[in-house]
Design a protein around this ligand. Structure first.
Ligand SMILES: C[S@@+](CC[C@H](N)C(=O)[O-])C[C@H]1O[C@@H](n2cnc3c(N)ncnc32)[C@H](O)[C@@H]1O
Length: 379
């Protein structure tokens, strides 16, 4: 006769196999209520929460597992993988390394994961070593890992922008996106703005300018006094000024910055020719996005253009759907996607028209939106 723990475990396993994750979680929790230190249940809960993308919960259960099994390499690797889900790359590196120190013959996915974490942390040379080790371990996906190794080898070739991004990474919370995108996002943005008519004599607002991933290029291009940046996180502006610009360039071009977090473009008293918002609508829930549209309408010239990148509904990562959120929601979150139709209807409320600008290859699946006044002066 099976005891209740065995029965719960059997049921949980069946539910898990049938993809009934929340029911399986419930059963494993019932097991833990009886045997709180049962490694199998704790580990399965970690895995289920990982599948559900609830990485804080996954970390919580895997931590309990490694406390109970401190010499088990595999469990450390799982904890590391869940840390990656939380974007906690440094902790992920620590746990992957611990897993490898316990078993230097770890499976390919462990070295692969370590490589990814090291890349995110800007440790390209170490990532190259990790990807090579992953390829030595006969992975099931060698071509995928080889393409990551090739990318790391490309990134490892030193250049000034690479150096800047590594410095910023140390001083600021992040560089504005994945560190390996620092150069290409700035390059793509300036190309997209030039394709839309940007000239050195235009005034430009870099909304949510971060650590000047775009400012690096824009401030060099624009005439003195024509670049304005809004960024609420002061350590990002300071890192950007120090590493992306330097004092000579700041003296020469006199960029102006504001720490405003209210989406208020009026803080400089300037009517802008251009506004650029890279990786901003990708995080703004409706109230902030709509305030931005209003601010653009109120603080830009008749023929002004705003380029803002967004994630359309087909973006491959999990996230909230902005169309379904209340108009009063004013959060800055990890991922929010919108339909073009919703942004078009909100734009119309503020006298704006919007179209996608998809001329260049997409980076990080972000699509540029081009906003203009519905009524423009004839050119
Ligand atoms: C993903 S980063 C992009 C930074 C920059 N646009 C770039 O491409 O490098 C988003 C930036 O928006 C800033 N941010 C957060 N809340 C904001 C707000 N209410 N208004 C403007 N920017 C905000 C963040 O601090 C961060 O620097």
């Amino acid at each position: 006769m099976k005891n209740s723990v065995e029965q719960y475990l059997e049921l949980a396993c069946q539910m898990q196999q049938q993809g009934q994750n929340s029911q399986a979680i419930e059963k494993y929790l019932q097991v833990l209520a009886i045997q709180p230190k049962l490694v199998h249940a704790l580990n399965e809960l970690g895995e289920l929460y990982e599948t559900e993308q609830q990485f804080d919960q996954a970390v919580n259960y895997y931590k309990q597992v490694v406390e109970l099994k401190p010499n088990n390499s595999f469990f450390y690797a799982r904890l590391a993988r869940a840390m990656m889900g939380l974007n906690n790359f440094q902790r992920a590196i620590t746990f992957y390394q611990k897993a490898i120190s316990l078993n230097s013959n770890s499976r390919a996915w462990v070295y692969h994961g370590l490589g990814d974490a090291l890349m995110e942390d800007g440790q390209t040379q170490n990532a190259i070593t990790a990807y090579r080790k992953a390829l030595d371990q006969q992975p099931v996906n060698p071509r995928f890992i080889q393409s990551k190794l090739n990318n790391a080898l490309d990134v490892a070739q030193e250049n000034p922008l690479r150096t800047i991004s590594l410095h910023i990474k140390k001083d600021a919370p992040y560089t504005g996106g994945p560190i390996q995108h620092f150069e290409i996002v700035g390059r793509d943005t300036i190309i997209s703005l030039l394709q839309n008519g940007l000239r050195p004599d235009h005034t430009l607002l870099d909304f949510g300018c971060g650590a000047l991933r775009l400012g690096y290029w824009l401030i060099r291009l624009l005439d003195k006094g024509n670049y304005y940046g809004i960024e609420p996180v002061s350590s990002m502006i300071e890192a950007g000024k120090k590493y992306s610009l330097g004092t000579d360039l700041i003296d020469l071009k006199q960029p102006q910055f504001s720490a405003n977090s209210e989406c208020d473009f009026s803080v400089f008293g300037v009517q802008f020719d251009f506004v650029v918002a890279r990786s901003i609508f990708t995080h703004m829930t409706p109230a902030l996005l709509r305030k931005t549209l209003e601010s653009f309408q109120n603080n830009s010239k008749q023929n002004a253009v705003m380029l803002a990148s967004y994630w359309p509904l087909e973006y491959s990562h999990e996230g909230e759907i902005g169309d379904q959120l209340p108009l009063t929601d004013s959060r800055f979150i990890k991922v929010v996607k919108y339909s073009l139709a919703t942004i078009q209807s909100w734009s119309a409320e503020f006298g704006l028209i919007v179209s996608e600008f998809r001329t260049n290859p997409l980076i990080n699946e972000q699509v540029w939106l081009k906003f203009e006044r519905a009524t423009k002066n004839p050119s």
